[in-house]
Design a protein around this ligand. Structure first.
Ligand SMILES: Nc1ncnc2c1ncn2[C@@H]1O[C@H](COP(=O)(O)OP(=O)(O)O)[C@@H](O)[C@H]1O
Ligand SMILES: [Mg+2]
Length: 245
């Protein structure tokens, strides 16, 4: 009986020309290929912002005070290479968009501060696929920007530590926790960009998440500056937040 099977979650999959779509029925009333096309949003004059990630990230006006973030999935490195946005096909449910969206749905359901899942697309072609993902826009600016501007306060770091502990208690290994993937808002912290994230049993991956933040911050500030007392205090604050959590 149903009791044995795992919760399928709120997302619904649907076939489309050239691929498959996964969407949240409460958020997407007309699921279709056009919602993944920046040209569609531009023609409707509904692009309200862009960010440079590994590619261009579009913030779009989805209506009723709701903004979505549209990303075409890309790997880091290999600039200009044609394989930059191709991934090896191993099945719909194992594709990055589907895994990221299903994970976000689960984490949102647990009340963790992540962007709610909107929709994802997987475009299959032979042994490869490309993917797009839409999530709800969350408030805040990347920790990376705050570091570049030298304005990340110990209080922010403390809240980041406390937030990270909540994820770790839920067994969430983000796997790519750079300062660009931590959004800092006055009262809230969100983690974003979960395309390699997963739920795991306890292990030293939790320490690796912390180490990833530290190395990312040191890289942005420069090793010498990172050693300054000001930043040592910030790192202490993060650890305190993590321990106090
Ligand atoms: N759901 C979201 N809400 C608000 N901003 C977002 C969201 N997703 C991405 N961004 C912005 O876009 C940038 C790049 O997005 P990210 O998901 O980290 O993609 P990349 O794969 O390029 O690292 C982020 O640093 C952030 O500024
Ligand atoms: Mg990122």
């Amino acid at each position: 009986m149903a009791g044995e099977s795992s919760d399928p979650g709120p997302l619904i999959a649907r076939e489309m020309e050239g691929g498959r779509l996964l969407f949240h029925p409460d958020r997407v009333s007309e699921p279709g290929v056009r919602i993944f096309d920046p040209g569609f949003w531009r023609s409707e004059d509904r692009i309200v912002g862009t960010h440079r990630g590994r590619g261009t990230v579009y913030v779009v006006e989805a209506g009723d005070d709701e903004e979505w973030v549209l990303r075409h999935l890309r790997r880091g490195g290999l600039p200009g290479s044609f394989i930059r946005d191709r991934y090896l096909w191993t099945g719909w449910e194992r594709s990055r968009p589907f895994r990221e969206l299903r994970l976000l749905a689960r984490l949102e359901g647990e009340g963790l501060p992540v962007p709610g899942p909107v929709a994802g697309a997987v475009w299959r072609r032979g042994p490869a696929y490309r993917g797009d993902i839409l999530t709800l826009r969350v408030p805040g600016r990347p920790l990376a920007r705050l570091l570049e501007e030298g304005v990340a306060q110990p209080g922010d770091w403390h809240r980041i530590g406390a937030t990270l502990l909540r994820f770790h208690r839920a067994g969430v290994d983000h796997a790519d926790l750079s300062a660009g993937n931590i959004l800092v808002h006055e009262t809230r912290i969100h983690l974003i960009d979960f395309d390699r994230g997963r739920i795991r049993s306890p292990g030293n991956w939790a320490d690796r998440n912390l180490d990833r933040i530290r190395r990312s911050a040191a890289k942005i500030l420069g090793r010498e500056r990172w050693k300054a007392a000001e930043w040592a205090r910030c790192w202490e604050a993060l650890l305190e937040g993590y321990e106090a959590g």
